[in-house]
Design a protein. Structure first.
Length: 516
């Protein structure tokens, strides 16, 4: 017996559709789960990559921060330290000095500032080159740092100028003892490449107990003491005294006057004749600088030449003066009354090449014959670089000029120069001549030099002959020529001696006739 159909039961189609929908939903859920899993994996991987990137960025930021910090430290160090020598620089020294002077305990204990300057450092740069100059400065700084006490500050203020801030100096004698210890340590030859370079320095001291307690004033007073040390002959220690301020005022005024004198061409050529023993005539003349003041008075070279050179005006002064001298002397050379002019070239001018570069042009401008020019150079100027010296002297002699060593017989008296260099004349120094009357040793030295020069075919001119007896002794020893007050004092005009109307000096004739 069959049961009647339930009217609320789902049909087969409905069941199938339901089953199909459930299957779709299952598949969709599976797809969603797979997609979610894929996206989760991508998100995880992206998160890992982001974490890695963040970590790398943090590392890089840390590294850059460290680099910037190191660069800042290097910049701060460069602002405090001299790049060449590694010691403190000017800014650091000035700040430390200001701080030290502001400390009451430090000022009670005593402070001293020492300014130290190398002597003739420019000549090292000019002759050996800037690399050698730098090596000298580095060695100088090393010695200075090793010589001072712990706690003292050493600095390079610039160029060849150094400074020491010495704390707790006690009294003035302590400062002097320390300065002389520094001087001894620094004034020793410095080996550079294959050379042993002479080293000398000058030191100026200013003490807080003896001057004002202001850093600028203390430095200024030390600088005045340094200048006084250099003026006194270099290679020495000088302490500040109040009188040095007055010297500064006078020096400043002199510098102003010298600048104007050079600009106005008021430094004139004067002439001192040189007598020839062979024929008793005034054969040559040395050109000497004289400064004509507005009131007509004359100042000698010792009163202004150092200032002219310090101001960098020596070349301009010399060129102005020589132009006038060459024009004034040319007619006397052309007439045969004057054989030659003799001029002095300073060590700095020679080592800078001024003589080689400018003298030929100056001679050409005035049409003065080069064979009538003798160039006098001091012995010390020839010793820095013998090969370079030989080259420059050869250039002068190739142009027709003659070369004289000035002030020979004192100082180095390096006889090897007589065979190494193209020399025509030796000028015996006046300090040797002034002793030959009473000093047998001085006379023997003069006679030996004259004999040696004769064998080498080098003419000798004796400078500073002031007595008849000196002239007799020199003439009897074979001295070829002489100059000095015994024969004639320097004068402005050449025609006094070198003209067709000028009479030959009686004494010169006597010398020529007595010792031929």
């Amino acid at each position: 017996m069959s049961l009647p159909d339930d009217p609320g039961a789902p049909t087969v189609d409905q069941l199938r559709r339901l089953q199909a929908r459930l299957e779709r939903e299952r598949r969709a859920r599976g797809e969603a789960e797979r997609l979610l899993e894929s996206k989760s994996r991508e998100l995880y991987e992206a998160n890992c990559a982001l974490l890695a990137l963040t970590s790398d960025l943090e590392r890089r930021v840390d590294e850059r921060t460290s680099e910037l910090s190191a660069e800042r430290q290097r910049a701060l160090q460069m602002a405090e330290v001299d790049a060449l020598t590694g010691i403190a620089n000017r800014a650091s020294f000035a700040r430390e000095l200001t701080h030290a002077l502001a400390d009451p305990q430090a000022t009670v204990a005593g402070l001293a500032v020492m300014l130290i300057d190398l002597d003739d450092f420019k000549a090292v740069n000019d002759t050996l080159g800037h690399a050698a100059g730098d090596a000298l400065l580095i060695e100088f700084a090393r010695r200075l740092a090793e010589t001072v006490r712990p706690g003292d500050l050493v600095a390079r203020l610039g160029g060849d100028e150094f400074a020491v801030l010495a704390r707790a100096m006690g009294d003035h004698d302590d400062a002097l003892l320390m300065a002389h210890r520094v001087l001894r340590a620094l004034c020793r030859p410095v080996p550079i490449d294959t050379r042993s370079v002479p080293c000398s320095c000058s030191i100026g001291i200013a003490e807080s107990a003896r001057t004002h307690h202001d850093a600028d004033e203390l430095l200024r007073d030390a600088d005045l003491a340094l200048y006084a040390a250099k003026r006194a002959g270099r290679g020495r220690v000088t302490s500040f005294e109040s009188s040095l301020r007055a010297d500064l005022e006078r020096r400043t005024a002199l510098e102003s006057e010298v600048r104007q004198a050079v600009a106005d061409d008021r430094i004139e050529p004067w002439y001192q004749p040189i007598v020839c023993r062979a024929n008793g005539r005034y054969a040559g003349a040395e050109v000497l600088a004289r400064w004509k003041l507005p009131d007509g008075q004359m100042r000698p070279p010792a009163a202004f030449l150092d200032t002219v050179e310090a101001l960098g005006l020596l070349d301009a002064m010399m060129e102005n003066m020589l132009r006038r001298a060459f024009v004034e002397a040319r007619q006397h050379v052309e007439s045969g009354a004057l054989d030659y002019l003799s001029i002095n070239v300073s060590p700095s001018q020679f080592n800078r090449g001024w003589a080689v570069n400018r003298l030929p042009d100056l001679l050409a401008e005035s049409a003065f014959p080069s064979h009538a020019l003798v160039v006098e150079i001091t012995e010390t100027a020839l010793l820095h670089d013998i090969d370079r010296t030989r080259t420059m002297l050869a250039a002068l002699t190739d142009s027709g000029m003659r070369i004289a060593i000035d002030d020979f017989g004192v100082g180095y008296s390096n006889f090897s120069l007589l065979r190494q260099l193209p020399l025509d004349i030796l000028k015996l120094d006046r300090t040797l001549i002034c002793d030959i009357e009473d000093d047998d040793h001085a006379r023997a030295v003069a006679e030996c030099i004259l004999e040696l020069a004769s064998r080498l075919n080098i003419k000798v001119v004796a400078e500073g002959v002031e007595t008849h007896r000196q002239a007799e002794l020199l003439a009897s020893a074979g001295c070829a020529a002489m100059q000095g007050y015994w024969f004639a004092r320097p004068q402005r005009e050449l025609h006094t001696w070198f003209s067709s109307e000028a009479e030959l000096p009686t004494l010169a004739w006597a010398l020529a006739n007595s010792y031929t």
